[in-house]
Design a protein around this ligand. Structure first.
Ligand SMILES: Nc1nc2c(ncn2[C@@H]2O[C@H](COP(=O)(O)OP(=O)(O)OP(=O)(O)O)[C@@H](O)[C@H]2O)c(=O)[nH]1
Ligand SMILES: [Mg+2]
Length: 302
């Protein structure tokens, strides 16, 4: 039996559908998804099996023009994921087409190590007419000679099997790198923090989701088989704390409930979730916050 295993980096602009595709490939929610840009902050590894091949999907933060330290660290993590992978898949949103952001990514692809294999996946094909897809594919392939082009809908699942089968045939021969039943390579405490951040991002508006971070402080296994999870939400301003808590604590209560339900489903057992909001004006400049997120603080140096 010949086994294969390889790392597949999913890169693209923010909101391109990288995390949605990761989850679909894995068959479980390992990476958080929202309709807002810059949801994913670090590299998230999801593991999928296809025949004798183990596909390790590396979901990355969206590529955009960074302004803050956090942005720079995120973009560096994304390009780092591409540089380390066996195969890179660039996701482009069909309905947005060849944006200036996509142009910059195409330029970046030319700087990847020589011989790096790159495929194109035009996503959200459920949102456009078929004729537009061909034109977009041609335009993009004129700039970068992609090894292969796929038309997919990560959300609906169209075209995803073709992509998975192609990847399974193309990753290098070699032993599997994870146990067959493992679906993610991310500490549980981080997955739990991400779930809470997803609920915060869905619920809070404007800049606030970009000005906060969530960390799991304590994780206690209780004798009755349930887990007690304590998390801290760091916000940058006093005013933000009030917004996160909401009138009579209603906002935080709703967020906590949604996160707890999802955690309970993910873990398959009851969870008690305790959230605390702390004001930490400088958290975006603290090295420890970055390591907790799975990012390299130094990557944020300008
Ligand atoms: N209609 C449609 N929507 C999609 C599709 N794939 C993803 N989406 C939606 O697009 C939005 C962004 O999806 P994500 O998977 O979070 O995108 P991302 O590339 O991981 O975004 P960042 O983490 O911010 O870089 C979500 O609202 C998804 O539900 C698709 O094939 N069709
Ligand atoms: Mg994402």
């Amino acid at each position: 039996m010949t086994t294969r295993a390889g790392f597949i980096a999913l890169i693209g602009e923010p909101n391109a559908g990288k995390s949605t595709l990761t989850n679909r490939m894995v068959g479980a929610k390992v990476s958080i998804v929202t309709h807002k840009v810059q949801t994913t902050r670090a590299r998230i590894r999801g593991v999928a099996m296809e025949g004798e091949s183990q596909l390790i999907f590396v979901d990355t933060p969206g590529l955009f023009q960074p302004r803050r330290r956090l942005d720079r660290a995120m973009v560096a993590a994304a390009w780092g994921g591409a540089a380390d992978a066996d195969i890179v898949v660039l996701l482009v949103e069909a309905h947005r087409g060849k944006t200036p952001g996509v142009d910059r990514i195409l330029e970046g692809l030319a700087e990847l190590p020589r011989g790096r294999r790159v495929a194109l996946a035009i996503n959200t094909i459920d949102r456009v007419k078929a004729e537009e897809l061909l034109a977009l594919s041609q335009k993009l392939n004129e700039i970068h000679a992609f090894e292969k082009t796929f038309m997919i809908s990560a959300e609906r699942g169209y075209g995803v099997d073709d992509l998975r089968e192609w990847l399974a045939a193309e990753v290098p021969e070699g032993p599997w790198l994870y146990p067959e039943d493992q679906i993610a390579d991310l500490p549980l405490r981080m997955i739990a923090a991400e779930m809470t951040r997803e609920k915060l991002t869905l619920r809070l508006h404007q800049e606030l989701p970009y000005q906060l971070t969530v960390e799991t402080d304590h994780w206690t296994e209780r004798e009755d088989g349930t887990a007690r999870i304590d998390q801290v939400i760091y916000v940058a301003r006093d005013g933000h704390k009030g917004i996160v808590l909401g009138h009579k604590g209603e906002t935080i209560k709703a967020i906590s409930k949604a996160a707890r339900e999802e955690l309970t489903e993910f873990l398959g057992r009851k969870v008690h979730l305790f959230l605390q909001v702390k004001v930490r004006e400088n958290w975006l400049e603290e090295a420890e916050r970055y390591s907790e997120m799975g990012l390299d603080f130094k990557d944020g140096n300008s």
